[in-house]
Structure formats: structure tokens, C-alpha cells
Design a protein around this ligand. Structure first.
Ligand code: SAM
Length: 234
């Protein structure tokens, strides 16, 4: 049974309620049970899942107020950060998308067992769904899905003008910014904040916050193969 709530208090400024703790515990149980079938995560030790997945999914909330926004989590995998956000901020309206249907099946089990409301898991590719769900969201968020210029292009069309694009990145985010050159001008977005998190045992983390300044030019997002081919990734 996980009990190192101090790490949540130290990093988020509060200890989760009993209801949140129960939901996290149930989520962890389902994750480990279904991991054999769905191959969801290499991290399965309880302490590690709470720290490296659950807590890591929330650290950005110190920089941005989360209440009742409409949020899309792109490439959510087993639900990071989307399911964790829903557990902590039940008043949000969350769409989880992933191109891998096994992940969606798993997420639907979690949503049902935890009785989560106002949350939907969709089997979709971001670059295709973005054209359908054009400018529908207040926040688009994504963790560990693609190189910076790739994920920016996949995500930006989902956002309303002035919506926020939040990317949970590893220590090489600065290098990715440099290599992504003038992608922000092309996509009409602006980097407004960078949150550098010290290594607390699971590596240095950098979270990037962009704001959409204008509607996305018709060209974007392009086909996935083209986006990747022209990425600045070295
Ligand atoms: N966000 C989760 C996390 O932090 O653990 C999962 C990260 S996993 C490395 C990347 C996920 O993105 C995979 O589940 C993959 O199927 C999904 N993905 C990759 N490209 C995608 C795309 N174009 N559209 C939707 N999902 C995509």
C-alpha cells in the first residue's frame, strides 16, 4: 500500500483526499493486472508508479490553474496524464486519444471501474482527429509522445485561440526548442512558460507551456510521415 504522501505534499502543496487516494489505488491495481495483457508500462513497482507516473502527471498544475476546462490528452497511453488529471480535478472535461486501440480498451476499463464522468477515450490519430475537432479545446496536453516540432503540429489545431498547449518533456527540451527552429511562427503559437523541475529521483523534467495566438493555418497538421520527415530531430 502506497503511503509516501509526503512526496505529493512536497511537490504539489497538498495531500490528496481519501477519495482521490482510493481512486489512485484502484487505478494502480488495474494497471498492474492489465499490464500483462496490454503491455502498458515498464514501471510496475507501486512506489515508482505513484512517483514517476501519477505525480509526474501533475507537476505542471503548479504553473497553471486547472478547474473546469475542456482538455485533450494526445497519445495518453495508459492514461498519463489524462486519467490522473481527471481523478484530481473531476470538474474537468477530458478527452483521451491514442492511435493504439489496446490502450483505448484499457482506458475504458479504468473509466468504468473508477466511475469517472465527463471523460472519453477515443481511438484516433491526432493529425486526423484535429481536422474534425478543430478549435474545440481549452487545453491540449501531451507527455512523452513525440519530438517537440512533431507534437506541436499534431496538437495545435485542437486548441481554441488563446488555448494552452502543455508538453511534459524530459531534460532535452531546450535542445528540442533549438532544433525546432521557427515552428512556433508557422503554427501561430508562443512559448509562454518553461517549468524546470529538479531531479527528485526520476530525472530532470521540463514542462513547456505554449499559447495559441491565431487560428491554425490550413496546411497544418500535415500527414504524419511528412511531419516526421521534416522534423528538426537530430
Ligand atoms: N502519455 C503516455 C505516458 O506518458 O506514459 C504514453 C506515452 S507513449 C511513449 C506514446 C503514446 O502515443 C503511445 O501510446 C502511442 O500509441 C501514442 N501515439 C503516437 N503517435 C500518435 C498519434 N499521431 N496520434 C495519437 N496517438 C499517438
Amino acid at each position: 500500500m502506497f503511503n509516501n504522501w509526503k512526496i505529493f505534499e512536497d511537490n504539489l502543496g497538498f495531500v490528496p483526499s481519501e477519495e482521490i487516494k482510493d481512486k489512485l489505488s484502484e487505478y494502480y491495481k488495474i494497471l498492474v493486472e492489465e499490464n500483462l495483457k496490454y503491455n502498458l508500462t515498464r514501471i510496475t513497482n507501486e512506489e515508482d508508479v505513484y512517483e514517476k507516473h501519477f505525480l509526474d502527471s501533475l507537476l505542471f498544475t503548479k504553473e497553471t490553474k486547472i478547474d473546469n476546462q475542456k482538455i485533450i490528452d494526445i497519445g495518453t497511453g495508459p492514461g498519463f496524464p489524462g486519467i490522473v488529471l481527471k481523478i484530481f480535478f473531476p470538474e474537468t472535461d477530458i478527452t483521451l486519444i491514442d492511435s493504439n486501440n489496446k490502450k483505448i480498451n484499457f482506458l475504458n476499463i479504468v473509466i468504468k471501474k473508477l466511475s469517472l464522468k465527463q471523460i472519453e477515450a477515443k481511438h484516433a490519430r491526432a493529425e486526423e482527429l484535429a481536422r474534425i475537432e478543430n478549435e474545440k479545446y481549452d487545453i491540449a496536453i501531451s507527455r512523452a509522445v513525440a519530438y517537440l516540432d512533431v507534437i506541436l503540429e499534431l496538437a495545435v489545431r485542437f486548441l481554441k485561440v488563446q488555448g494552452k498547449l502543455i508538453l511534459l518533456k524530459g531534460p532535452r527540451a531546450d535542445e528540442e526548442i533549438t532544433n525546432s527552429k521557427n515552428i512556433d511562427q508557422k503554427l501561430k503559437i508562443k512559448l509562454i512558460n518553461k517549468q524546470s523541475l529538479a531531479d527528485t529521483g526520476f530525472g530532470e523534467r521540463i514542462n513547456l507551456f505554449y499559447e495559441k495566438e491565431k487560428s491554425t493555418p490550413e496546411l497544418y497538421p500535415r500527414e504524419y510521415a511528412k511531419i516526421v520527415k521534416e522534423s528538426g530531430k537530430k
